[in-house]
Design a protein around this ligand. Sequence first.
Ligand SMILES: [Zn+2]
Ligand SMILES: [Zn+2]
Length: 255
Amino acid sequence: MAVLEYFIEGLRLLAVLAISFSLLEALCPLNKQHRIRSNLKVDLGHGLVNSFVLYFPLMLALAPPILLSQTIIPASFNLLVSSQPGWLQFLEMMFVADLGIYIGHRLVHTVPFLWKFHSIHHSAKELDWAISYRNHTVDLFVMRWCMLSMLLMIPFDTSVLSIYFIYFALHSAFLHSNTRIHFGPLRFLYASPWFHRWHHSDHPEARDKNFVVHFPWIDALFGTLYLPKEPPKTLGIDEPIAENLLEQWTYPFRR
Ligand SMILES: [Zn+2]
Ligand SMILES: [Zn+2]
């Protein structure tokens, strides 16, 4: 039942993302040539595969850190976290999630075996909201485990956590959207589509930069921030990867 609800929620979220971000990209596109998408099927295909195969392995792999946290975290800490207002817990979730994502994302960029899987996400030559779904299952497993194990070890309010997860999906689509939004001088405070666009660029100086999804200053603290005033001209990686779901899913195993 929980799986069915999770699946239906996923479909609802997809409908919201498709409508809102197609509208946003139509209103303020960065690349006007990239209005008619040919690879939408591939990206949403990855989303569909992942929603089927990732749920149980991820739940199973998250059990050890959750059980560990229940035995080592004192009750006074639980009380301290749960007594905070929801908005403060939400801010803390963004920070904690960013730390987990930073670790996971840097891992998949620097460990050659993991990069084979993450390179599928970077194979896109153009960005739009649907690229947030283009993730190989192995890549998504590593990234989600790092993020969720950090988040679920802290006894946050589950209703605030549910809202955060919806926000996270919206924000991921926003970061990949083909829009002119960049937040100007505030771009170092909070991540914009241009911040993540530089992460996807093929410029050598931007390689392995901008790993977080919320707070660019965390990247700055670790020395991995690259955020000029202008967006990058070209995106993607050198290796050509076919725009085909089966080809992309099997690509890391064939290399
Ligand atoms: Zn990456
Ligand atoms: Zn991305």
